[in-house]
Design a binder for this molecule. Structure first.
Ligand code: GLV
Length: 329
């Protein structure tokens, strides 16, 4: 039997599925350090990860490793040049989380725009004495302009929901999406600068890459409306968190919702003392159904990638399909 490492706690029934095909080592404890992960992968053929950094140093120590299945849509934790050089197949769990993640983007955007978390903290602190006409005035979503940066599958799912709010949708992306998708979403392609100037609510749904590092920093906040909100459901590092703190403190923008952070789970502590921000712990895909779908898809990818099961050799979500079937190097 081939050997695999499941690097994180995961639904036990998915472990049982994997055990039908593999000798499974399951880490049910804390996140493994890179050294520990490398040590444990030394004799493994495959791995199921969720954000652990993997590249050439791991491959050098794990000569049998042929498939790494990440339980996430983002795979910026992997050095893809190293995967390609070593002929290691990488897979992700794209698509099954689109709708839950888009729902959550709306939840954060609405919470930020309508100051829901701020009001709740104030209420819980026992500060509510009377109704007041000017308590927690926020900004409307209905009839406003939604600016989506990153119009992939999740960005499109998010934009699709804007119809019910009668919102104008503008977007920026590496490249324009197909005209029929623009027509369906009633979305207008604009430059990043135009989007920042025009949008009432900016949502980030783009993958993290070196080029996207600090896509939103001081210069970008300076372009936004003082009534605008920013929501990040993409990745930490796309927003310059320190610059965001300044923009929120100085009321350069009205509010923000963040599900992802630079250096998470360790946060820039200044974020915690800014009132006009909603903070959640990287939970955009966290519904029971979606996390189950992600875990099962990650298992399917590993099973098929390692040549087992009904789809042997054809993992559903390969990132680098060109290396499938090539000998490890
Ligand atoms: C979560 O952040 C994911 O990439 O799926």
């Amino acid at each position: 039997m081939q050997k695999i490492l499941v690097a994180r706690p995961i639904f036990p029934d998915v472990i049982e599925r994997l055990k039908q095909y593999f000798d499974v080592e399951w880490n049910q404890g804390d996140v493994l350090s890179t050294d520990e992960l490398t040590r444990r992968l030394a004799d493994k053929d495959g791995a199921l990860t969720a954000g652990e950094p993997i590249g050439s140093a791991v491959f050098a120590a794990a000569p049998r490793l042929r498939v790494v299945s990440n339980m996430a849509v983002g795979y910026n934790n992997f050095d893809m040049d190293d995967f390609d050089a070593a002929n290691v197949v990488c897979t992700d769990t794209a698509d099954v989380l689109n709708e839950s993640t888009a729902d959550f983007g709306w939840a954060l955007m609405m919470a930020a725009a309508r100051r829901i978390a701020e009001s709740e903290h104030w209420l819980r602190a026992g500060k509510w004495q009377k109704w007041a006409y000017d308590s927690f005035l926020g900004s409307d979503l209905y009839g406003s302009t939604l600016g989506v940066i990153g119009m992939g599958r999740i960005g499109q799912a998010l934009a699709r929901r804007a119809k019910g709010f009668n919102m104008q949708v503008i977007y920026h992306n590496r490249s324009r999406v197909a005209p029929e998708i623009e027509a369906e979403l009633n979305a207008e392609y604009v430059s990043k600068q135009d989007l920042l100037r025009r949008a009432d609510h900016v949502v980030l749904v783009l993958p993290y890459t070196q080029e996207n590092h600090h896509t939103m920093g001081a210069a970008e906040f300076a372009l936004m409306k003082p009534t605008a909100t920013l929501t990040n459901i993409a990745r930490g590092g796309i927003v310059d968190d320190a610059a965001l703190v300044e923009a929120l403190r100085s009321k350069q923008i009205a509010a923000a919702g963040l599900d992802v952070f630079e250096g998470e789970p360790h946060l820039n502590q200044d974020l915690l003392s800014v009132p006009n921000i909603v903070l959640t712990a990287h939970i955009a895909s966290a519904t029971e159904a979606t996390r189950r779908a992600m875990a099962n898809l990650a298992a399917d990818n590993l099973i098929a990638g390692l040549g087992e099961g009904p789809r042997a050799g054809r993992p559903p979500n390969p990132i680098n399909p060109g290396v499938i079937g090539k000998a490890r190097s």
